[in-house]
Ligand binder design. Structure first.
Ligand code: SF4
Length: 326
């Protein structure tokens, strides 16, 4: 049996890896890192620090098709977005599946997902199968209708999605959707081997996973101490304005990296609704305006031009989202 621990450089996967080491022993573990080639330097350094200190067998997985985020955007002619998150699929999920299919043994994947990260994640399970959605649908029209039961649709896209699902259900069609990537190979592999998933941090809070590492003598990614809520892609296509503000203020090299990538891909990194329209400098073929990284930077610089009068003693304020004071 091989215990796979995805390592992203973040606090959750780190705590899950330490839990796995305690539970199964270091010799059973293989840490895997899917390199999107878009992470912060600090994150690469932290992964080196953590894997070397733990002494874990460690594999770096990359896409066979794309040489990281920029190449993906260049070849697809656009950056991924919240509604088309092909970055996660192409650069993380597919390389992981390709790797698992090379293993000739049962696996247990110990991942760091936590329920309180998002509404979607709260619906996941603390234990399941890695290839679950090859055998049961990840989406049906019934699920879509149910997902809007407590929270009615707001955007036009959500309203269209709900209407379509209702119309299909009215004629008896539930349209189950399954994962299909290398489906035949996955099904054949699953006939021989187990593909369990354990999520030891599922019911833990962000603070708890941080202290799980600190109490074991392992430092966490320094980006948390600088105020970032999450680590990983730098920036992520879904980065919020407070995190982009930190980057604009403290990491000019990242802003240059995004501007260069936008030129290479001839596409904007952030979506049109990231900042007010009056800051957009570009217009697409349909006449819709959108912002460049430079526009987002300008908006943030304007927004933060006046110091925050509500921080009475900024020098001594803990900047970490998780209140980790040094
Ligand atoms: S962290 Fe963000 S940018 Fe990176 S792969 Fe995931 S969704 Fe895409």
């Amino acid at each position: 049996m091989i215990v796979l621990t995805p390592i992203s450089g973040g606090k959750d996967s780190q705590a899950a890896t330490l839990w796995a080491e305690n539970k199964f022993g270091l010799k059973s573990l293989t840490g895997v890192f899917c390199d999107v080639k878009w992470e912060a330097d600090e994150t690469y350094l932290h992964i080196d620090y953590f894997t070397q200190k733990l002494g874990i067998n460690f594999k770096v997985l990359t896409s066979k098709k794309y040489d990281g985020m920029v190449d993906l955007a260049v070849k697809r002619g656009r950056f991924p977005s919240t509604t088309a998150r092909f970055c996660t699929e192409e650069l993380k999920i597919f390389p992981m599946i390709d790797y698992i299919l090379t293993l000739e043994d049962h696996i247990i994947v110990v991942d760091g997902i936590r329920a309180d990260e998002s509404a979607k994640r709260s619906k996941m399970e603390a234990e399941c199968r890695y290839f679950k959605y090859y055998f049961e649908p990840y989406q049906t029209n019934t699920m879509i209708v149910e997902s809007f039961a407590d929270k009615p649709p707001v955007s036009l896209n959500q309203k269209k999605k709900l209407k379509k699902a209702q119309d299909r259900l009215a004629i008896g069609k539930d349209d189950p959707k399954y994962y299909t990537y290398r489906k035949k190979d996955v099904i054949k592999w699953c006939e021989k081997y187990d593909d369990s998933v354990i999520r030891p941090c599922f019911h833990m809070t962000g603070d708890e996973v941080i202290y799980y590492s600190l109490n074991r003598g392992y430092d966490i990614n320094p980006r948390y101490k600088r105020g970032y809520k999450r680590v990983g892609c730098d920036p992520c296509i879904m980065e919020d304005i407070p995190s982009i503000t930190l980057t604009v203020k403290e990491s000019p090299s990242t802003i240059i990296k995004v501007k260069d990538a936008e030129l290479k891909a001839n596409s904007s990194f952030f979506p049109p609704d990231k900042i007010p329209k009056r800051y957009h400098s570009k217009v697409d073929k349909k006449g819709k305006s959108y912002p460049t990284m430079g526009d987002v930077e300008r908006y943030i610089n304007d927004k933060t031009a006046t110091p925050d009068m509500f921080i009475s003693d900024p020098v001594f304020k803990c900047r970490s989202h998780y209140n980790i004071c040094e």
